[in-house]
Design a protein around this ligand. Structure first.
Ligand code: AMP
Ligand code: MG
Length: 529
C-alpha cells in the first residue's frame, strides 16, 4: 500500500467507531432487504465489481484539499481498490443510513442508502471532518427492488455537476473519483420497456454530512422520539456550532437556520438556472447543501416551467416551483420536529416558516441584482429584473449566455441597440419590441451606481454570471464518449467547469458558450440511474 493511502487510512475515523457510541446501529448484521427499526445505520459492506475497473476521473482538489492526498496516488492500485469498494480499510465497518421521505408529495416510508456505503469519516489537516461515501457500490438493507448499482451515464453527470456546483459557489457534496467496471447493469432508461445493458460505476462522494430531512422523518414517523432527539443533538453538536446543545430552544434554533439556508440554497440554484429534478425530502440536506444529483438540468431557454426530469409528469419539480417545494419540505421537517416541541416552540417554529418566502425573495433579488451589475438599493430594481426575465422568456433566450453577454457588452454598444453577432443570446432578447425600453431603464439605473465605471461593471458581472454551466448536451456528449472508454471530454468538462467564469479556448472550440447544437434539441433525462 502506498504511503499516502496509508496516511489517509490512518486518519479515517471508521464510521462505526465514530457513530457507535452516539448513534445506534441495526443489530441485524445480515445484508438483506428489510424494514429496519430503532437505529440510524445498518452495517453493510460494498459488493465489489467482478470485472476490471477503470478510473474515469478524479478531482485533484478533493484529493489534495480535502483528503490531503497527492494526485499521483490516483494512479495506484490501492486507490482504485479503495474507491471501487474492493478494499475495505482494515477495521472499518461500512454503514448504510436509514432514512425515509416524501417522494413527489407522498410519504414513501423507508428509503435509506440503497446503493451507497459510508466508508469513513476523514479528519483532514485543517481539522474538517468529511464523510466519505461510495455510490453504486452494491445492495444494502435499504435497496428495496433496486440492484444497488449506478450506471456510468448518471455517475458522470453526478461527478461533473457536483464539482461544477462547487466552483459556481453553490453549497454541494463533492466528488473525489469516478470508476467504471464492465459489470452489466440493466436499465429501462426511459421506462418504455426498452431494457438495455449498461455498465456499473462508482462515485466516491464527500460531504460534511449526508443527513437529510428524511433522516429525521423516519424516526418521527415511527415514534422513535429518543432516537430523534439523539440524532438531532448529534447533528447540532457536529455541524451547528452556533447552537448550544443544552439550550431548550435548540431545535427551533436549528429549524431557523435550516429555513434560512434552504432559502439561500434555492435562490443560488435559481441564479444559475439549476433545476435539481427530484426535490423529495430525502434529497434535501439538513446542512442545506445540494445532494443526490439525478435528473438535474441547467435551464437553457429561460422558462419558469422548465422540468429537467422527463419522468416528472406533473411537473412538480419544475424550476419555477423549487422555492415552493422548499417550503413544502421545510414544513415536513417541522412536522418531524414537532413531537419534541412544546406549544410555544411550535408557534415560534411556525412563525419562522412563515418568514421563508420573504427570506427567499430577498436572496433571489440580491443575486439577480448582482447578475445585472446593480449596486445599492433603488426603487424599481425588482421591476427591472422581472422585466428582463420577461423579455428572455418571451424570446426564449438562453439564460446563462444572455446574462453572460450582458456582462461582456459595453454600455455604448447597448445604447446603440445594435447587438454584435458574438452576443447571440442577447441578440435574441433584443428582438423583443420592448428591449429598447428595458435598455434605457437599465442604462439609467447603471448611472446611479456610485463610484462605478463600465469596465468595473463588466468585471463585476463576469464574476456573477458564469460562461459555462453543465448543460445536458455537454454532459451527454461526454457520456457518449465515456461509454466507449474515451474519457477525454469528461476531463475537459471537469477542467472547464473548475473555472466557470473564465473564458477557456478549448471550451470555446467545443462550443460550450455557443447555442445548443441541433442534435441535442430533444435530449431527455429520466429518473433512471
Ligand atoms: P434517489 O432519488 O436517486 O436519490 O433515490 C431514492 C431512493 O432509491 C434512495 O433510497 C436510493 O438509495 C434508492 N435507489 C435508487 N436507485 C437504486 C438502486 N439501483 N438500487 C438500490 N436502491 C436504489
Ligand atoms: Mg436520494
Amino acid at each position: 500500500m502506498t504511503q499516502r493511502i496509508a496516511f489517509l487510512i490512518r486518519r479515517l475515523q471508521f464510521p462505526r467507531l465514530l457513530f457507535l457510541a452516539l448513534l445506534p446501529v441495526d443489530p441485524v448484521k445480515e445484508n438483506y432487504v428489510r424494514k429496519v427499526k430503532n437505529c440510524i445505520f445498518s452495517i453493510a459492506f460494498p459488493t465489489p465489481f467482478k470485472s476490471r475497473v477503470r478510473l474515469v476521473a478524479v478531482s485533484k482538489e478533493v484529493l489534495e484539499d480535502i483528503l490531503d492526498l497527492d494526485l499521483s496516488v490516483s494512479k495506484t492500485d490501492d486507490f482504485i481498490q479503495l474507491v471501487s469498494g474492493k478494499k475495505i480499510v482494515f477495521g472499518s465497518i461500512p454503514l448504510a443510513h436509514r432514512y425515509g421521505g416524501y417522494q413527489f408529495g407522498i410519504w414513501a416510508d423507508q428509503l435509506g442508502d440503497g446503493r451507497a456505503h459510508l466508508i469513513g469519516i476523514y479528519m483532514n489537516r485543517q481539522g474538517e471532518k468529511w464523510e466519505l461515501q461510495l455510490k453504486g457500490s452494491g445492495k444494502t438493507p435499504y435497496s428495496r427492488n433496486g440492484d444497488g448499482r449506478a450506471v456510468l451515464r448518471s455517475s458522470v453527470r453526478e461527478f461533473l455537476c457536483s464539482e461544477a456546483m462547487h466552483y459556481l459557489g453553490i453549497p454541494t457534496s463533492r466528488a473525489a473519483s469516478l470508476v467504471v467496471s464492465d459489470d452489466e447493469v440493466w436499465r429501462d432508461q426511459f421506462y418504455n420497456g426498452n431494457i438495455t445493458k449498461e455498465r456499473g460505476a462508482i462515485v466516491l462522494r464527500a460531504a460534511k454530512s449526508w443527513f437529510r430531512i428524511g433522516s429525521l422523518e423516519i424516526l418521527a414517523h415511527y415514534g422513535e422520539l429518543e432516537l430523534l432527539r439523539t440524532l438531532l443533538d448529534f447533528v447540532i453538536q457536529e455541524h451547528f456550532p452556533s447552537i448550544d446543545v443544552k439550550e431548550p430552544n435548540r431545535y427551533v434554533d436549528l429549524f431557523s437556520i435550516v429555513v434560512s439556508e434552504t432559502a439561500q440554497l434555492i435562490a443560488l440554484w435559481m441564479s444559475v438556472g439549476f433545476a435539481h429534478g427530484v426535490c423529495n425530502t430525502d434529497n434535501f440536506s439538513l446542512l442545506s447543501i445540494t445532494i443526490d444529483y439525478g435528473p438535474f438540468g441547467f435551464m437553457e431557454n429561460y422558462n419558469p416551467d422548465y422540468v429537467p426530469n422527463t419522468s416528472d409528469d406533473e411537473r412538480r419539480y419544475k424550476i419555477g416551483n423549487q422555492a415552493n417545494i422548499g417550503m413544502f419540505n421545510l414544513n415536513k421537517l417541522l412536522q418531524a420536529l414537532n413531537p419534541l416541541l412544546d406549544p410555544r416552540q411550535k408557534q415560534l417554529a411556525a412563525q419562522i416558516l412563515e418568514g421563508y418566502p420573504v427570506l427567499y425573495y430577498t436572496r433571489f433579488q440580491k443575486l439577480f441584482k448582482a447578475k445585472l451589475g446593480l449596486l445599492g438599493e433603488r426603487e424599481g430594481d425588482d421591476d427591472l429584473i422581472a422585466f428582463f426575465l420577461h423579455l428572455m422568456e418571451k424570446t426564449e433566450a438562453d439564460f446563462t449566455m444572455t446574462f453572460r453577454q450582458l456582462s461582456e457588452i459595453t454600455q455604448s454598444q447597448l445604447l446603440e441597440l445594435n447587438i454584435p453577432q458574438q452576443f447571440w443570446a442577447l441578440k435574441t432578447v433584443s428582438e423583443h419590441k420592448l428591449f429598447p425600453a428595458w435598455v434605457s431603464q437599465y442604462l439609467l439605473r447603471l448611472k446611479s451606481n456610485m463610484n462605478d465605471s463600465d469596465s468595473e461593471r463588466r468585471k463585476r458581472m463576469t464574476t456573477a454570471n458564469p460562461r459555462y454551466v453543465l448543460k445536458n448536451w455537454m454532459a451527454e456528449s461526454a457520456v457518449q464518449k465515456a461509454e466507449k472508454n474515451d474519457f477525454s471530454e469528461v476531463r475537459l468538462l471537469q477542467q472547464v467547469l473548475r473555472h466557470p467564469f473564465q473564458k477557456h479556448s478549448a471550451a470555446e472550440k467545443a462550443g460550450y458558450a455557443s447555442p445548443t447544437p441541433s442534435w441535442a434539441k430533444d435530449l431527455r433525462v429520466s429518473c433512471s440511474s
